[in-house]
Design a protein around this ligand. Sequence first.
Ligand SMILES: [Zn+2]
Length: 129
Amino acid sequence: MKQRPICPRCSQPASQFETPNGLKSRCEPCGLWSKGNRPLRDAEEHRARFELRRARHNAHFTFDRLWENGDMDREDAYVRLAQELGIDRADCHMSMMDTEMARRVPIAVKAIRLSLGRAFTPSRRSTST
Ligand SMILES: [Zn+2]
């Protein structure tokens, strides 16, 4: 038998039931729940984790475009990202970022892109003036 998660509030084992989306665990008295055998969380914690995952995913998606198409070397891109975020290169991994930091990545990427544009496309079209 799989190990049921223990409710962090009341220390009782969760009840489990099958749903069309798979196994769910739940502590009825406390209102905490999870998918499968994962730790039980309340709605606020689930929402926070969802936001964190989404922010990290979005950060990666935006950042990877910087180097995937060869505009930059991958390591250079990380170095620049760390500079923009004001953190150490060693700490500059999406998987280590909190939601707030991950949300700053797309803005940092935009700044890096702008600097690339100035550095590598001297023949910018001057449309107006
Ligand atoms: Zn409980």
